[in-house]
Design a protein around this ligand. Sequence first.
Ligand SMILES: NC(=O)c1ccc[n+]([C@@H]2O[C@H](COP(=O)([O-])OP(=O)(O)OC[C@H]3O[C@@H](n4cnc5c(N)ncnc54)[C@H](OP(=O)(O)O)[C@@H]3O)[C@@H](O)[C@H]2O)c1
Length: 403
Amino acid sequence: MSFAARSALRAASRRAPRAAVNVAKPQAASYSLLARSAVAASTPRAAVQSSTRGIKTLDFAGTKETVYERSDWPLAKLQDYFKNDTLALIGYGSQGHGQGLNARDNGVNVIVGVREGGESWKQAIEDGWVPGETLFPIEEAINRGTIIMNLLSDAAQSQTWPTVAPLITKGKTLYFSHGFSVVYKDDTHVIPPKDVDVILVAPKGSGRTVRTLFKEGRGINSSVAVWQDVTGKAKEKAVAIGVAIGSGYMYETTFEKEVYSDLYGERGVLMGAIQGLFLAQYKVLRANGHSPSEAFNETVEEATQSLYPLIGQYGMDYMYNACSTTARRGALDWAPIFEKTNLPVFEKLYESVKNGTETRKSLEFNGRDTYRQDLAKELKEIDDQEIWRAGKVVRSLRPDNLS
Ligand SMILES: NC(=O)c1ccc[n+]([C@@H]2O[C@H](COP(=O)([O-])OP(=O)(O)OC[C@H]3O[C@@H](n4cnc5c(N)ncnc54)[C@H](OP(=O)(O)O)[C@@H]3O)[C@@H](O)[C@H]2O)c1
């Protein structure tokens, strides 16, 4: 298909109503606060379209994979499914905040368990959790819960396990948002009791995004996995919780695959590699006499404001096609050089994840009493780099930032 034809198709799909995806069923408080108002506006046709989406096997570039969509879980069904459950959300960091508030707004019975008087305790109160009613010290929340959602930091999951483990009694379900603790059990010593279901829903984004997408009536994509299935219902329960916490769709994986890909990705292109590449490109521009604003614009601003959103919306070829023929020629020539140069680094990184080196570093560092201050110090060093100081000025010039 020609580029023009594909552009036309894409433009047409852009014009298609989103209601079919957002699955607003006109029957109860919806999947989001904002979507409640959209319920009234949704057409009967949109409702019919949405009901046709659900579990499906999709061909991802030649490999068949199962995905679960939330339209199989209308709110009434979701609320009925959990009517005898209490979701005890342990830990109230970024994921606790997003997942907990979404599940609460979806009408599921949720309580929060955190260290009394700590930062998270204060944050939970600010978000409307009530001490003694929906907010408890960790052990009490676990005792009250049927589904124990362990959303402590990965290091804290390991540190608190000797106290937590005896409370995970038969009939409860143990839930994680990362395969970290159970997969690296030799280092974390987190070994779940044999008589409980152990499941995972890992949102592919920060907890803040889990919350904002939900409020917009959209949904984060998550991976879903089962470690231990004693009831025969572990998968179904995991998918239902995934919907309750705000997932739009979930793809199936294993605990091992989830943790390997996640640790690898965040150290790679999602965070570590992107900072390293940005900085290297910026430094060469500066060394060759380019001003900070020019170096920043050609490295970060154009990437994040113009080109990367195009990749996100329509793919890499679309972004290339949106650029000049001069840019296309050069990028096509240099892409394989970057690939070849970086491949050994990525191979080394994957091995470091798989053999547990990354896990041990994380447990050691984030298990310190001073982990918050230590992380803040290193992030301040990044913030102080010239590239990011220049970035602040560039961002202030964006017309949408002018009052
Ligand atoms: N953030 C993400 O983007 C993301 C995405 C997907 C999955 N996950 C996974 O979700 C889980 C939670 O991550 P998160 O980012 O939301 O949380 P986090 O910031 O890593 O952890 C914060 C929570 O851990 C508690 N905590 C830390 N040390 C503790 C200790 N020694 N004893 C008791 N509580 C302690 C904190 O309580 P205090 O305030 O009392 O210290 C806070 O409630 C992790 O398994 C993570 O890998 C995270």
